[in-house]
Ligand binder design. Sequence first.
Ligand code: MGD
Ligand code: MGD
Ligand code: SF4
Ligand code: MO
Length: 913
Amino acid sequence: MTVDTVLTASLRGEAIKTTCAYCGVGCGVLATVDADRHFSISGDLEHPANFGRLCVKGSALGETVGLEGRLLYPAIGGVRADWDHTTTYIASQLKDIIAEHGPEAVAFYVSGQFLTEDYYVVNKLAKGFIGTPNVDTNSRLCMSSAVAGHKRAFGTDTVPNSYEDFEHADLLTFVGSNAAWCHPILYQRIKKAKANNPEMKIVSIDPRKTDTNEIVDLHLPIKSGMDVLLFNYLLVEVSKSPALNTTYIDQFTDGLADALLAAQRDVALGDVAERLGVDGVTLAQFVEWFIATPKAMTLFSMGVNQSGQGTDKVNAIINVHLATGRIGSEGAGPFSLTGQPNAMGGREVGGLANMLAAHLDIHEPSHRALVQDFWQSPTMIEKQGLKAVDLFDAVATGKVKAVWIMATNPIVSMPNADRVRDALANCPLVIVSDVIADTDCTRVADVVLPALGWGEKDGTVTNSERCISRQRGILAGAGESRADWWALAQVAQKMGFEGFDYQSARDVFVEHAALSGVDNQEGGVLRDFDISALSALTQGEYDALNPIQWPIKLVDQKLVGTQRLFEQGGFFTTNRRAKIVPVQNVATGNVTSNEFPYALNTGRIRDQWHTMTRTGLTSRLTRHIGEPFAELNPKDAEKLHVSSGDILQINSQWGQALARVIISDGQQPGMVFVPIHWNGINSTQSRIGAVVNPVVDPYSGQPECKHTPVMLKKAALNTHGFIMSLNSLNLIKADYAVNVRTLNGFRHEFAFTDDMLHETNLNLSEWLSSQVVVPVQAERMEYIDLAQGIVRFAWVLDQQLIAFAAIASNPDARATLPPRSWLDDQLGQEVSSVTRRTLLSGLAADPNSDVGPIVCSCFSVGKNTITRAIHAQNLTTVAAVGQCLKAGTNCGSCQSEIFRLLEQECKPVASAV
Ligand SMILES: Nc1nc2c(c(=O)[nH]1)N[C@H]1C(S)=C(S)[C@@H](COP(=O)(O)OP(=O)(O)OC[C@H]3O[C@@H](n4cnc5c(=O)[nH]c(N)nc54)[C@H](O)[C@@H]3O)O[C@H]1N2
Ligand SMILES: Nc1nc2c(c(=O)[nH]1)N[C@H]1C(S)=C(S)[C@@H](COP(=O)(O)OP(=O)(O)OC[C@H]3O[C@@H](n4cnc5c(=O)[nH]c(N)nc54)[C@H](O)[C@@H]3O)O[C@H]1N2
Ligand code: SF4
Ligand SMILES: [Mo]
């Protein structure tokens, strides 16, 4: 099928196979769309990543790719312009900057949410034609430590195993991964494997207790940043055990001696369990299981990579697998869980500032010559470029004068994010390509370019297990949006460069595939990334391409992928042997001070994707967790005199943020966890990146996002309130404000330092009316009790509740703020005389009608409903809750949370199945 036939088929209502827009699991999706852009989404039963299952984000894809908020037209200086004019303008501006300041004054900052084709073109343009090495990507914040660790050990950036191995493993260890929320379909596959193989043991190494713990047999809540010590200890113990595989070490590696010596030194520095902060019995159990279990997989994610010692952490993990020869074989190996849908594809085209295309190296003159010759390019960079943190520093200091940001939102996601914002605001030329019109980055852009979004764009992505899948364009682009590769190629051509005359994504892909095969042989520039078998694909074949894992060969005219590498060595170092890299623990994660005594840990929540530009668009995904939160241990909450629902002020030497307190004993004392998702558009002060330190790993340049020394205190806020309304309102200009989408409308939370009811001259009625946009004929009902510090307003139009506001100006009054989920149910409903009274009394008419925050997003089942059912019907299992309420019976993403509720409510009988 050509792109046009796909579009026509989709308009006929046929289901089109494509790949999910979100995480690196890379699930296959069947999508049907009608003429009004209404999607129906289901899992692709034949896709090897998910076999038909989708998590809640994947299931909600159709609701996050509508026209709401889309960037529809190019604009220069805020004024709409056409593509031809805009790309001509960009080309001439870039040429002027290059003429005056040299090519390195131009930078690109791109994304693992690019398709491989977009990524290929940006690298070719920058590295081979403009001649700037300054192309980096948000994968720097995500996968670069895994890349550096793989390269050091294997001589190539390669994940040796496949997802299927999780199902063959007898021991599966998560390190710094909350897979239940972040890789939900892999997590569900593992859960199923465990149900089929009760002998299978699952371990989690994470300072926090997360929802992943539902299936975990052993949790090592190590102090943050101590992973190298843990794996060094394991290496020392392995070396004394029968698990040591001297045959593998001798045949396929450079030897264990140096790494073992380093590990022994590390271990000798003091009691290991105590230094890790775990009890000795738990540590011994983990070591015993690892030694005794040949089929062991170690799955690592951001708790490993995002560290000042991320690369060493990766190598410490790989070391124990090399020392035991448990690598690239059925059910055994280290496995880097990639974050974004195409983090891997980006690595294949050399998307990072220190890489060259097709797994070739910038520092090797022969590699540079190979690529330059293939591209027939006028120039070729000779050194690596600036990595993300340095790149934005160079923007701040004026070294970089033009930056093109594509498919990423660094003002939210970079560490020291206020500095990034200020740097971009002062940069002479900021070009932003996005699918959404109003983002933190588009607000500082000089030029904006509308990109095709998911469902519109067409190309390939590679998931965590090296599997290349097609994302297919199912419907025409919104407005004048165009593919990112096309925009880049237009600018390239207008700068006078040849070699960018691509007519389709397929044209780009086959070129990329061909490059992977050039001189790729023993005696030449041998590398494992070889997809040259795909270089002759016709448009029809490209469109029909089935998921396949690289390296790919053509055998008897059939494409054959590769499930596993390195079981029998065959590494890509100069001597073809793996390196067991000596590493020593540096307690990067334990550095706090009197001034900043707490460690800030940041990460993800189940239903939001990064900076919320898309997943913030549907109430199906905002009703699980609607507000930014700071999770604290009960002891710290007591010390800080904060209770659940208070607003916590988090300060580091870099910046400040505010978030609502959640108290949980899953959090270690001394640490606070804050999600990364809230941005400057939907919150006034909850962009946590502003607080996060810009310290980076010395090898990978990946920032230490998981550990920032911070000071915590209860925010001095004396007026708290919220407005619920059918319409979306502007973000309230308050000291704390957050906009949340609800099932029936919008909620606008706010808090002020001042006591707005007593200490200011504010005319409250006027102020509220200026915030709430309602028709003049709407009736306003009010309840004002200044003595108690309570104000409640309700607006009714044609007997329907259209808006509601509640304000409380002292701690006691806060307890009287009415339940938000109940109020949301009343929005748009007819207001009876009973609800009139109850609305203003601030209480739900029937306490059982307050469902609480939504746990099961598929069937809208709230926390209060589940808790009540657990007690009323003596439910003790996730399955029983499912039978009773349907909760957890569709995509399954909430089962771990239901398990947690069962654990809390009916200790100790809860069971995961
Ligand atoms: N719902 C959802 N899913 C996503 C995403 C999303 O935004 N939302 N994003 C995707 C992307 S791009 C990525 S990169 C992945 C990330 O997936 P994960 O890495 O699983 O997610 P995080 O929440 O960033 O962090 C994982 C865990 O690392 C722990 N951790 C912190 N410090 C340490 C430490 O020193 N050692 C150890 N062992 N653990 C530590 C944290 O407590 C946290 O629970 O998720 C992907 N999937
Ligand atoms: N403190 C802290 N910071 C972190 C992390 C952490 O754990 N802690 N995690 C880091 C990690 S692992 C990651 S991956 C990053 C993610 O951080 P970002 O990449 O900044 O987050 P996204 O919200 O995914 O940004 C993608 C942007 O691209 C737009 N977009 C979507 N599709 C397309 C497209 O096809 N083309 C174009 N041109 N635009 C598109 C979206 O609307 C959005 O604005 O955050 C990093 N930052
Ligand atoms: S697990 Fe990841 S790829 Fe699969 S449906 Fe969920 S978000 Fe999409
Ligand atoms: Mo990521």
